[in-house]
Design a protein around this ligand. Structure first.
Ligand code: GDP
Ligand code: MG
Length: 240
C-alpha cells in the first residue's frame, strides 16, 4: 500500500454519534467501546487499487476549530449523525457544515445516520407466524429508542448541503462543483457500527463515487492534506 493516499476522506459529526466506531467497524471489522477521540487520527485503506486515508475527528467543542484543518484537501466528507438524536442531526448544519469550506471544490458529501440498530424493527419483521405482533427479547427492548431523523429529513438536508457548496464555490465554480456531486439517493446512508449493517455500503459507496475522479486529478495528497500540486495531471506535474 502506498504511504501517500490517493484520496482523503473525513468523518465529521457531533461527539458520540459513532464516527470512531464506524471507522473501526469498517477498517478492523470489530465493534467495542471506544475511547474518546482527541483531535484527529487517520487510517489508510486500500480499496480497488486506490489508497484512501480515512480521517476520524473529534466532535467535542474544544476540538471544533481543528475540523476545518482536517478538511483541507478532503475529496469526500462523511457527515455522521445518530438516527435517534435530532440534536446530532441539527449540529451538522449548525456547526459542522461550515468546517468543510476548506475541502476541495469538487468534494463529495455523504450523510451517514448511525446507530440504526437502536431503532425498533419494522413491524413486518416482528410478526409471529399467526400474524400477531412478535415480542422482542427483553434485553433488546430495553435498548430501543425512537427514530428522531427520517430518511426524508436526511434527503432534505443533503439538498441544503448542495446549495451551501454552491455558495462556497461561487457562481463561477458552482456548475463544475455540482456536476461531481452525487445524486441524493447515492449520498444518504443509514448504518450501524454495532451490527455492521450498512457500514461497507456507506464507505465503499463513497469510494465508488471518488474513483472516477482520480483520472482527473494529480496523483496523491500528502497526509496533512496540504496538496503541493492542485493541478490536473499533465507533463509538468511532478507530484505523481
Ligand atoms: N447501539 C449503538 N451504539 C453505538 C454505535 N456506534 C457507536 N455506538 C456507541 O456510541 C458511543 C460513542 O461512539 P464513538 O464511536 O466513540 O463516537 P464518536 O464520538 O462519534 O467517535 C460509544 O459508547 C459506542 O459504543 C452503533 O451503531 N449502535
Ligand atoms: Mg471518536
Amino acid at each position: 500500500m502506498s504511504n501517500r493516499p490517493d484520496f482523503k476522506v473525513v468523518l465529521l459529526g457531533d461527539v458520540s454519534v459513532g464516527k470512531t466506531s464506524l471507522l473501526r467497524r469498517y477498517a478492523e471489522r470489530r465493534f467495542e467501546d471506544t475511547v474518546s477521540t482527541v483531535g484527529g487520527t487517520f487510517v489508510m485503506r486500500e480499496w480497488a487499487g486506490h489508497t484512501v486515508a480515512l480521517w476520524d475527528t473529534a466532535g467535542k467543542e474544544r476540538f471544533h476549530g481543528l475540523g476545518s484543518m482536517f478538511c483541507r484537501g478532503a475529496r469526500a466528507v462523511l457527515l455522521v449523525y445518530d438516527v435517534t438524536s435530532r440534536a446530532s442531526f441539527a449540529a451538522l448544519e449548525e456547526r459542522f457544515l461550515g468546517l468543510t469550506d476548506s475541502a476541495d471544490a469538487g468534494c463529495i458529501f455523504a450523510l451517514v445516520g448511525n446507530k440504526a440498530d437502536l431503532l425498533p424493527p419494522p413491524p413486518s419483521l416482528t410478526l409471529q407466524s399467526d400474524g400477531s405482533p412478535g415480542a422482542l427479547a427483553p434485553e433488546e427492548e430495553e435498548h430501543r429508542r425512537l427514530r428522531e431523523v427520517s430518511a426524508e429529513d436526511a434527503r432534505g438536508f443533503y439538498g441544503r448541503v448542495l446549495r451551501y457548496r454552491d455558495t462556497v464555490a461561487g457562481s463561477a465554480g458552482a456548475a463544475g462543483a455540482r456536476r461531481s456531486l452525487p445524486a441524493v439517493e447515492r449520498a444518504c446512508f443509514e448504518a450501524s457500527a454495532k451490527s455492521g449493517r450498512g457500514v461497507d455500503e456507506a464507505f465503499e459507496g463513497v469510494f465508488e463515487m471518488l474513483a472516477p475522479q482520480r483520472r482527473d486529478w494529480c496523483g496523491t495528497v500528502p497526509l496533512d492534506g496540504v496538496e503541493k500540486c492542485r493541478g490536473r495531471r499533465d507533463a509538468r506535474c511532478a507530484c505523481s
